[in-house]
Design a protein around this ligand. Structure first.
Ligand SMILES: Cc1cc2nc3c(=O)[nH]c(=O)nc-3n(C[C@H](O)[C@H](O)[C@H](O)COP(=O)(O)OP(=O)(O)OC[C@H]3O[C@@H](n4cnc5c(N)ncnc54)[C@H](O)[C@@H]3O)c2cc1C
Length: 385
């Protein structure tokens, strides 16, 4: 038995990765009365889960993703109350600036009903944007089920709350290296190798986000899991704004399935190809959320590769910032920070839950919806055990 294993006796569950996927699985384990150890190679979560918009984008999902997102919504609200982090139930606002965008929103509203997707006239959209807005705005839709958290606060608060629960412990600066070759022991525990020695648990759940190929290429490669790099910025607007909702635009409507599956989406693509080719060229999802201190998270572009170029492209930033300033009528912005976010991306499916060997399961959200579905995905993973 290694020194570490003697110091840290086997738990019911060992979670690898303290991003939102790992933490949601840890919270699900706690709710089932299980003991949990969470390890992460860093001293705190610094991956995709703190680099995003904090948007739990429920209404724009369909099928199983909508089911997972609906469960996740309740998970966010429950843990926001327990762990004391900022969340708003105010939903999202999809802004239409031409008839093609409005046609998508009208079609979705007719399908879902106003309790979920409520059409809003241009005046209401301007009010929601704090009284400004692009003169081209023709209307919009309120996406009632969406919620928001502040990603920089929520993930750290979740970890702190979990650490205070009985039977939960964290081991930071501890890298997972893979399962021990011995397999499952007679006592029913599996042992994994880490940078600090061996750890054992009845069940191991590997939630390493976009770095799945580093530890389990045998899973990442068949699912064609790559890295999607996104450029983001934190800005201070020229005048104070109060925007409660996550704000989506036409490019968002091409991306999220509930919009993209409408008949009107084809006309929207043509419209964007004709009038906003610069946004399509960077595969933009032009959207924003406001943090509690009034600053705005603005993004994002998308570029997928196995190994990403680390250099941020200034022209891409300009396209996104100019687009957001025009949308809000609130430029010029003071840029406070720029960064690259990375999430796992598979062309085959939006998430994967894969048993690697008895007792060891890999879970990765392989699309840009980890904040939207993680709590629902955790419920699904445990239901399979
Ligand atoms: C810019 C951007 C915007 C986004 N916007 C949204 C949004 O608005 N809504 C939404 O739903 N989703 C959004 N997403 C997607 C969402 O952020 C991700 O799907 C989600 O955060 C993935 O969480 P995770 O826990 O799997 O990964 P991560 O947060 O990356 O966490 C993985 C953790 O595993 C650890 N780790 C890795 N390898 C090892 C190892 N070998 N040993 C130990 N620890 C290890 C890492 O240190 C890290 O802490 C966005 C993503 C980005 C990048």
């Amino acid at each position: 038995m290694s020194e570490l294993n003697a110091k840290f006796p086997a738990t019911d569950v060992l979670i690898v990765g303290a991003g939102i996927t790992g933490l949601a699985h840890a919270a699900e384990a706690v709710s089932r009365g299980l003991t949990v150890r969470i390890i992460d190679r860093d001293t705190r979560a610094a991956g995709a889960s703190i680099r995003n918009f904090g948007h739990c984008c429920v209404s724009a999902q369909t099928g199983e993703l909508l089911e997972l997102a609906t469960v996740a919504r309740e998970g966010w609200l429950r843990h926001s109350a327990r762990a004391g982090f900022f969340s708003v139930e105010s939903g999202a606002l999809a802004v239409a600036r031409n008839s093609a965008e409005m046609a998508v929103l009208e079609e979705l509203a007719a399908l879902r009903g106003s309790g979920s997707v409520e059409l809003a006239p241009a005046g209401r959209v301007r009010e929601e944007l704090s009284g400004g807005g692009d003169p081209a705005i023709v209307g919009g839709a309120l996406l009632r089920e969406d919620i928001r958290v502040d990603p920089r606060q929520a993930v750290g608060s979740m970890a702190a709350w979990l650490a205070a629960q009985p039977g939960v412990s964290f081991l930071w600066r501890t890298s997972y290296l893979g399962p021990d070759d011995a397999g499952t022991s007679a006592s029913g525990t599996v042992t994994v190798r880490t940078s600090r020695g061996q750890l054992s648990a009845a069940r191991v759940i590997v939630c390493v986000g976009h770095d799945l190929d580093y530890v389990h290429p045998e899973v990442a490669e068949p699912f064609e899991v790559n890295r999607c790099g996104l450029q983001m910025a934190l800005v201070r607007p020229a005048r104070p704004l109060d925007i409660r909702r996550a704000v989506l635009t036409g490019t968002s409507m091409l991306r999220y399935p509930a919009f993209a599956q409408t008949a009107a989406a084809a006309g929207l693509r043509t419209e964007l190809e004709t009038n906003s080719p610069e946004l399509l060229a960077i595969d933009a999802n032009l959207m924003l959320t406001q943090r509690p201190d009034g600053t705005l998270l603005i993004g994002d572009s998308h570029h997928t590769e196995t190994t990403l170029d680390p250099f941020l492209d200034e022209a891409t930033s300009d396209t996104l910032l100019d687009g957001a300033a025009k949308l809000l009528g609130a430029g010029p912005f003071t840029v406070l920070q720029r960064w690259q976010g990375i999430y796992a991306s598979s062309p085959q499916q939006s998430f994967l839950v894969k048993e690697l060997q008895p007792g060891v399961t890999a879970v990765s959200v392989t699309s840009g919806i980890g904040m939207t579905i993680s709590f629902g995905l955790a419920r699904k993973t445990f239901a399979q055990f």
